[in-house]
Design a protein around this ligand. Structure first.
Ligand SMILES: [Zn+2]
Length: 279
């Protein structure tokens, strides 16, 4: 009898430990999608939200008198917090509806480059920044979602600040940080990653349009079937390691990108996991 009680108690302790280890909190990493949402200038870069009905409904064939609201919206694919499908800069690569859902999530790897950006607004994340992260937290885990935190999301949605230009209609005038193409090339060749993200508006830095190879980071990522995430918000609210990131993209048929609810799960009551990955 005593033995049964002991085994039962032991099982209960193990079970509650398992529950405790899996506890997490959710953190939203998404800017609200509205009239101020940021996208590149162009003829179709406007967000359209039209109220079709908001009030007591009396118009139908049956009895009315109840509250009803519904709207119509139209949005650029590449607006606000959104994903870039691999096809964005790579012919024949998967479009939004073809990205397996498993590839839209993974362990969060947050690369903090704020001090570098303070010295150089056009900073590009270097391979050394990745290696520094690994020195602190261990090797980048398989399926990782690697996101630059440059502090830029505080500038959102002020276009002058986001694009780093007083003339933000002119795409050759941009200044903001992002990824170096050599770094994303190193990542895709040496680590098994699912996505690469930025808190700025592009996976390539501001001056990319006039660079010898424009949009070089986008092109490397697309060619390697890696999905991007742009305009990620709120990265200061999650640890640099130990989270899981999700990009719940609107499953747009044939899309080259789509607005996404990006969020993280952060383990609680398990500080060891938050400090160090266990590969
Ligand atoms: Zn995009």
């Amino acid at each position: 009898m005593l033995r049964v009680i002991a085994i039962t108690m032991f099982s209960i302790i193990l079970f509650s430990e398992a529950i405790r280890a899996s506890e997490f909190r959710l953190v939203d990493l998404t800017h609200t999608h509205d009239q101020d949402a940021v996208s590149w200038p162009g003829p179709n870069n406007k967000f359209n939200f039209t109220k079709e009905h908001r009030g007591i409904y009396e118009g139908g064939p049956g009895e009315g008198g109840f509250w009803l609201e519904f709207n119509y919206f139209q949005t650029p694919e590449h607006m606000g917090t959104h994903i870039d499908a691999p096809c964005h800069f790579a012919e024949g690569a998967p479009r939004v509806h073809q990205i397996p859902i498993e590839k839209l999530t993974g362990p969060g790897v947050i690369i903090n480059v704020k001090s570098k950006v303070a010295a150089n607004i056009d900073y590009r994340v270097a391979i050394d920044d990745i290696l520094d992260w690994e020195t602190k937290y261990n090797k980048i885990p398989d399926g990782a979602v690697v996101i630059m935190n440059s502090g830029w999301s505080l500038r959102y949605p002020n276009k002058t600040l986001v694009f780093g230009s007083d003339t933000w209609e002119d795409i050759t005038s941009y200044h903001y940080p992002s990824w170096h193409e050599d770094t994303v090339d190193w990542l895709v060749k040496n680590r098994n990653i699912h996505m690469v993200g930025v808190d700025t508006t592009s996976l390539d830095y501001g001056p990319t349009v006039t660079a010898p190879v424009p949009f070089a980071a986008h092109r490397v990522l697309g060619a390697n079937n890696i999905t991007g995430i742009e305009n990620v918000a709120n990265l200061d609210s999650i640890p640099e390691s130990g989270t899981t990131i999700y990009a719940a993209a609107f499953k747009l048929y044939e899309g080259s990108g789509s607005p996404s609810r990006v969020f993280a799960t952060v383990p609680v009551d398990n500080p060891r996991k938050m400090r160090k990955n266990r590969n």
